[in-house]
Design a binder for this molecule. Structure first.
Ligand code: MOS
Length: 746
């Protein structure tokens, strides 16, 4: 398929196809799905960080008003394991109601009642006897010899992950300058606007689940496996979603519990997690400690990167590595990354927007900043001297495009980097500075992805895709791809999506892959529709299909535009009433097309209050083709906003006395509001016109958009104050302490 050169629909700043539903409140989210005989679910959670459940007495609860069923570990149907997502190997079993509770918030029992209030009230009537156990809350404690073991196997999740090339010791010796530092990040919560929700309903032995899900086909597989049902008996539907960020990529216990309670009561059951519950049991970004050593020659050539990391998975297994970024962002012959993952008595981690990467950028990109200073080279320039020329693997994989250099050069120009670096840093008690940080993201997408298009007899179109639109605008972009090929405006395209019964398989919407997986499938289907249409028209126009063009909803011979036939006038179409095409994603080429990006931040540090304000921000991304300028900016600004939260405010706080989450709400856990992000926030797309990566030339954006943000802010804080803040977030309390220690308090 020939690459697009000029496009007429793709790239346009078109509003989302579902914008009206989303802003008017008419969109039906999973938690809005309602049935007249529907029951409501509530879950009893262990209040202790670590405890054995000695007994659960549900007798009184079963007779409470409105209660229709109670489920606890003693019930045979609850004897079930929650499946791990496919990317987690060898995790300890996650029993539905484990009598060994490993964190404050773990599920102990559940109730289905006529109203949400009755369900919650019944929880209070369940009598549980706990035997409290000592607990560990952080990696340092958990790794001490003799520490309380979260699991029988101990607190180390698996043997350390090591990625290595060259000889780091030798590289460090060859370096003229070496810097070393230990960087820490905090546990972050996804804080999706819509909390996790499901409605489960059985018709005989067939199950339908309306789910706030990033991937309905994955959830279908998990549920079918857990219940021992064929895939054809499990239907999962995701209509609208209010964000996922990774927290809705895997099946959650509350969904499986709702399914079991629905079967037990023969009634539909709705389960909507409260905001507090979503802080306890819906995953988090694992906190990391990374010690980094890096060396470069005096002319700024990186000779070695050595990273030793510890990530905290929480009470059950997850992926808490993050060092991969350090192996790929810059060309470097000698690299070693070694990471240990640790269990503690706290809620389990889950993939969260670029899992591991913002943590690694926090460490790596501050290290590069420190190295630049030590050898006296501008941080933009140092990065330019170490651009990767291939994906550094054995053997190396060439890039189909690699825009990091262009991001740095054009970004520095657009931001006014040189001038800003030289501007005076202080005006009274306020210190100003600018910082830069870079990123890449290692996922090129790929098959399987399938899309179905149906051209109706009047020339309008149906697009059927299995994709969950998690809030990024995926539906809009996919419809634009069909519109581009067929010349059909978006308001004449009906979209059907994310229903395992009616739409074709799609992978989880995650990994910044939704568009790069599925847009080529849609394009292939559209090309096939056009082929069939031209074949039909060829008979009527008495010209071979190769001499016909489809433009603006009409088919005409290339050299006789006056003979154009509008699509609905094609007799062949009127006879069939539909043209159907299925498109599949092609395999990836031997080269890799990956996204890169660079963020520039300007900050003000108030030396009297310790407050850090981000006053100006520029995000420059090579994500290949911009598919829609509106959804592009939404992704970038959303990513930067999330990154500013990571840098300045967001941190799950565990109480050292009890092990409970102290800030399980959006008041005490502060995500940035419009007042916390700069009014002067801009983005600059860099499109290297990648004609090889896939048939749409786009490379993925959602995750890279937040990877370097916090590091850019920290580097700006360093530029302003001369203080390297190694612990995220940079709270006023921390900043004030650091300023005071340096005698720089205003
Ligand atoms: Mo994402 S963290 O791949 O949903």
């Amino acid at each position: 398929m020939t690459p697009w050169t000029e496009t007429t629909v793709v790239g346009k700043p078109l509003p989302r196809v579902d914008a009206y539903e989303r802003v008017s409140g008419s969109a039906v989210y999973a938690g809005d799905v309602s049935f007249p005989d529907m029951l409501h679910q509530a879950i009893l959670r262990c209040p202790h960080a670590h405890a054995l459940v000695k007994s659960v007495d549900t007798h009184a609860a079963r007779t409470m008003p409105g209660v229709r069923a109670v489920l606890a570990d003693a019930d045979p149907e609850a004897n079930m394991l929650l499946p791990y997502p496919s990317w987690i190997r060898n995790g300890p079993p996650m029993r539905l109601f484990d009598p060994h509770c490993r964190y404050a918030g773990e599920e102990v029992a559940a109730v289905a009642a006529e109203t949400p209030e009755q369900a919650r009230e019944a929880l209070r009537a369940i009598v549980v006897q706990y035997q409290e156990l000592p607990f560990v809350l952080d990696a340092t404690e958990a790794l001490k010899p003799g520490a309380t073991a979260v699991h029988e196997r101990g607190n180390v999740v698996r043997p350390p992950e090591v990625i290595q090339r060259g000889d780091v010791a030798k590289g460090l010796q060859e370096a003229d300058a070496v810097v070393e530092g230990t960087y820490e990040t905090s546990c972050e919560i996804h804080a999706t606007m819509e909390t996790l929700s499901s409605v489960a309903r059985w018709d005989g032995d067939r199950l339908t689940v309306w789910e706030s899900s990033q991937g309905v086909f994955d959830h279908q597989e998990y549920l079918a496996a857990a219940l021992g049902l064929p895939l054809s008996s499990v239907r999962v539907i995701c209509r609208y979603m209010g964000g996922g960020f990774g927290s809705k990529a895997e099946l959650s216990k509350h969904t499986l519990i709702a399914v079991l309670l629905a079967r037990k009561t023969a009634r539909p059951v709705r389960s909507v997690l409260t905001r507090e519950e979503s802080f306890l049991c819906a995953g988090n970004r694992p906190p990391h400690t990374m010690t980094l050593k890096a060396g470069a020659t005096k002319d700024g050539v990186l000779r070695a990167i050595d990273l030793e990391g510890v990530g905290v998975v929480g009470a059950y297994a997850d992926d808490a590595t993050g060092g991969f970024l350090a192996t790929q962002l810059y060309a470097c012959a000698n690299v070693r990354v070694r990471e240990t993952e640790v269990f503690v008595n706290a809620g389990k981690a889950r993939a969260m927007r670029a899992p591991g990467f913002p943590q690694c950028a926090w460490a790596l990109e501050q290290t590069i900043d420190a190295l630049a200073e030590k050898i006296g080279i501008d941080p933009v320039e140092l990065r330019l001297r170490n651009l990767p020329t291939s994906f550094q693997w054995t053997p190396p994989v060439p890039y189909s495009s690699m825009g990091l250099g262009q991001c740095l050069i054009e970004g520095a120009r657009a931001f006014g980097w040189k001038e800003a670096r030289e501007r005076p840093r202080s005006s009274g008690p306020v210190l100003r500075g600018v910082g830069v940080a870079a990123c890449m993201w290692p996922n090129p997408g790929g098959p399987p992805a399938t899309a179905i298009l149906r051209l109706f007899a009047d020339g309008s179109l149906n697009l059927t895709t299995g994709v969950s639109d998690i809030g990024t605008g995926a539906k809009t972009v996919l419809a634009m791809v069909a519109g581009e090929e067929l010349g059909i405006p978006l308001d004449r395209i009906q979209i059907e999506w994310a229903d395992t019964a009616t739409t074709p398989y799609a992978q989880v919407s995650g990994g910044s892959r939704t568009v790069i997986n599925n847009a080529p499938a849609v394009r292939a289907a559209a090309v096939e529709i056009r082929r069939q249409l031209l074949e039909i028209a060829a008979e009527e126009l008495k010209r071979p299909p190769g001499e016909l063009v489809l433009k603006d909803g009409r088919v005409a011979p290339v050299d006789e535009p006056q003979r154009a036939l509008p699509i609905p006038q094609l007799k062949g179409l009127q006879q069939r009433k539909v043209i159907l095409a299925v498109g599949s994603r092609h395999p990836n080429p031997p080269k890799l097309g990956l996204p890169f990006g660079v963020h520039f931040a300007e900050v003000e540090v108030n030396t009297r209050t310790g407050e850090v304000a981000v006053t100006r921000f520029l995000a420059v991304h090579d994500s290949g083709r911009v598919m829609n300028r509106v959804t592009y900016e939404n992704q970038v600004f959303g990513g930067v906003t999330m990154g500013i939260g990571f840098a300045l405010t967001e941190r799950r706080v565990l109480d050292r006395q009890t092990g409970r989450v102290l800030n399980a709400n959006l008041h005490d856990y502060a995500i940035p509001t419009v007042l916390d992000v700069p009014a002067d926030m801009t983005c600059l797309p860099i499109d290297p016109h990648d004609t090889e990566c896939n048939t749409t030339g786009t490379k993925g954006l959602g995750e890279p958009a937040m990877v370097p943000t916090a590091a850019a802010v920290a580097n700006a804080v360093y530029h302003a104050t001369g203080i390297r803040v190694t612990r995220a977030p940079i709270t006023p309390m921390q900043m004030l302490g650091l300023l005071a220690a340096r005698g720089r308090r205003g």
